[in-house]
Write a protein that binds this ligand. Structure first.
Ligand code: MOS
Length: 709
């Protein structure tokens, strides 16, 4: 047995990415390519009275203009999350209605990008405007419809065990507070973009970044009334997605429809400003948490309710309370989730959807409770650990949360913390220490991979899976190398093409747990096909026989284990902030995270994933917010200069340690995934440190300087 799994391997696609040879969606050059630019609504609610398409067509280089008056026929897909799914149920250019500012109302196609953009920007549009609602505080909330959540099942928002009200009435200690978070933008580095190329009127190749190649294929097939085989999706590289590139958005559907009409390859790139309305965001949230304990600090009652917002054309609840039954044991648990409709673009999944803002509320409240009890917040969490998922009523398969807390506390030096706010100073600045827990479900789907052994002593792995910066290429190569007994350099990985076996979804942090077992099975199958014990024997027999290759396909899928266990990853963050109160300057100066994610395949990539999650969490804690102007309905941010994300100078050295054991009940490799857990608990760890430093409890993210003055 070689020892590749569990080591640190630099990403095999790294050189292609840093040298610019990695080809992204908009970078596929095709002869005869024409360029589409979206026309977007200047109003946030109302009706289009007229678009002067004749004027647009007179613009230099314009080939065609599409509006709701001449939108080509598109069929309604099943939207069953299995065969087909689109983000926004309203099809593009479906009618003359405008539901949110920046909504797509047309597409200009021209011979160059610049001429398409110019014509689109100067398109004369007349509107009839209706009243606009973009402020969450003024919205009308109703009970949320069930959301697509844990176990990939629909889940009700309301849940109760025991009797919260009675237990709280009899409690020794109680805290209650409301926490809010602002709307956030997914902000992948690669903008949403695609090239659609119809070979004939009933066969199309779509070059588009996607987290789920096969679902994308099935969805476009249904939208255009084609057999699945007639749609090819090519997505070898995805420049970040964070949940917003799993299904087609309206711009993608419109591009493919227009390309068919024109019978020319067509490229549509969504501008950074257009992305604020048309490619998803995380809804703002308002959450109330009520905690009550007995004299010993044992939780006896916990209530968590959340309000989030969606667009007029899709139902998406940011499921903030999904995380709550997992974290702390309580006999009386009550959850509620409400939803309102605003004139804003459709919200969607964004790294740890629901869980990340949910954890801000829950872990801030736990810190408030610790101060109320005069108890170390680490000790409070240890005291209230749960061994079972309290909603699904199953024990956790492998849980090392206590080890995360203890190891993190020791590495950080938590024991030296002064137990009063404003008690620590350095360099004339206030110093605060904060901590919070992290958790994320272990998801796994089914996948297939093909392995080929060639006489040149290389092995090729082919699967439709994708790498959105997560490290899938390298994980697949390492898994194949380990199973075949070859060096990583001898493995060539080809992914992101619907012609290849179904590699599953890169979402819910599940790609490694889904795919790696299939790669193992495919490697074993190819050795069997070669009648060989080792890859070297198979290579020798290829060379001796003159045969071109050995090839086999392997698959893997979850079994019945989910009926017995709940699978969940765990972690703890410890951080130090330094605050200059005179100028309200806050810096994060130290960060220690300890994670239990089951077996780690690539320690380097997994550490990077956790660090990336923490950096994104620091963004949500300190900077990220997308407000909508109450009068116009437009987002007041429109690019990566106005929408603030952390840069290098904002981030200290982040120490990451993995603890725990392989979760072998979950899959044969025992891996759970590291994509999302890093962001979990980051914002509350910062807010808790800010309280320790300043004595100010900030319950509204992000913690911008105004709130510290
Ligand atoms: Mo993730 S938000 O499941 O892509």
């Amino acid at each position: 047995m070689s020892q590749i799994i569990g080591t640190a391997v630099s990403r095999t696609d790294g050189r292609a990415k840093v040298t610019g040879t990695a080809t992204y969606g908009a970078e596929h050059p095709l002869p005869g390519l024409v360029h589409g630019y979206l026309i977007t609504a200047q109003i946030a609610h109302g009706r289009i009275l007229n678009i002067d398409t004749a004027a647009i067509e007179r613009s230099p280089g314009v080939i065609a203009v599409f509006t709701h008056d001449n939108m080509p026929r598109v069929f309604t897909p099943a939207n069953d999350w299995a065969s087909a799914q689109i983000y926004e149920t309203r099809l593009p250019l479906a009618d003359d209605r405008v539901h949110y500012a920046g909504q797509i109302i047309g597409l200009v196609v021209a011979d160059t990008f610049e001429r398409a953009r110019d014509a689109a920007h100067s398109a004369p549009v007349e509107y009839q405007t209706d009243s606009v609602l973009v402020e969450a505080d003024n919205a009308t909330y109703e009970d949320s419809p069930p959301w697509f959540g844990e176990d990939f099942q629909f889940q009700e928002g309301a849940f109760e065990t025991g009797d919260f009200a009675a237990a709280r009435a009899g409690a020794a200690t109680a805290v209650e507070a409301t926490y809010t978070t602002e709307a956030e933008l997914n902000s992948p580095m690669e903008p949403h973009a695609l090239v659609a190329h119809w070979q004939t009127n009933d066969a199309v190749t779509i070059y588009e970044p996607t987290q789920w190649v096969r679902l994308s294929q099935g969805t476009y097939a249904q939208l255009f009334g084609l057999p699945t085989e007639r749609v090819r999706i090519v997505s070898p590289y995805v420049g970040g997605a964070f949940g917003a590139k799993a299904f087609p958005w309206p711009h993608g559907i419109l591009c493919v429809a227009a390309a068919r009409e024109l019978q020319r390859p067509l490229k549509v790139v969504v501008s950074r400003r257009q992305m604020t309305a048309n490619t998803g965001h995380r809804s703002q949230t308002a959450q109330t948490v009520r905690l009550a304990t007995d004299e010993t600090g044992q939780l006896i009652a916990l209530e968590h309710t959340a309000r989030t917002c969606t667009s007029p054309v899709e139902v998406f609840s940011e499921p903030c309370t999904a995380v709550t039954p997992v974290m702390y044991a309580t006999p009386n648990l009550k959850l509620g989730q409400e939803l309102a409709v605003l004139n804003v673009g459709t919200p969607t999944f964004m790294r740890a959807p629901g869980e990340a803002p949910g954890m801000f509320a829950l872990e801030s409240a736990m810190d408030e409770l610790a101060w109320e009890l005069g108890l170390d917040p680490v000790e409070l969490r240890l005291r209230n650990e749960t061994s079972a998922h309290q909603r699904r009523k199953r024990p956790f398969s492998a849980k090392n949360f206590a080890a995360c807390l203890r190891t993190g506390a020791e590495q950080f030096g938590w024991g030296q913390r002064q137990m009063q706010p404003r008690s620590q100073q350095r360099d004339n600045l206030l110093v605060g220490w904060g901590m919070a827990a992290a958790t994320f479900p272990g998801y796994r789907g089914s996948a297939e991979a093909k392995v080929r052994l060639l006489p040149d002593e290389t092995a090729h792995v082919l699967t439709s899976a994708n790498d959105m910066g997560t490290g899938s290429y390298t994980v697949i190569a390492m898994t194949a190398a380990e199973t075949l007994g070859l060096p990583v350099e001898s493995i060539q990985v080809e992914i992101g093409d619907s012609l290849m076996p179904d590699g599953g979804l890169a979402g819910g942090s599940q790609m490694t747990a889904t795919l790696a077992p299939a790669v193992v099975n495919a490697c074993q199958a190819v050795l069997e096909a070669a009648n060989a014990e080792t890859a070297q024997q198979a290579f020798a027999s290829l060379q001796a026989s003159g045969r071109a290759s050995y090839e086999a396909t392997g698959s893997a899928a979850p079994g019945e284990e989910g009926t017995q266990f709940a699978f969940q990853s765990w972690g703890a963050h410890f951080c130090e902030v330094m605050v200059d109160e005179e100028i309200a300057r806050l810096r994060i100066t130290r960060w220690v995270s300890v994670m239990d994610v089951g077996r780690v395949v690539n320690t380097k990539a997994a550490t990077s994933q956790i660090r990336g999650g923490i950096i994104m969490g620091i963004g949500s804690a300190l900077m990220e917010e997308c407000h909508f102007d109450a009068a116009s309905g437009h987002p007041v941010v429109y690019d990566l200069a106005t929408y603030h994300c952390p840069a290098h100078a904002d981030i200290p050295r982040i120490e990451v340690t993995f603890v725990g054991e392989p979760d072998l009940n979950f899959n044969p490799l025992g891996v759970r995934g590291a994509g999302e857990i890093g962001i979990m608990g980051v914002a509350p760890a910062v807010a808790n440190a800010v309280y320790h430093a300043t004595g100010k409890r900030i319950r509204n993210l992000p913690i911008i300087p105004d709130k510290l003055i």
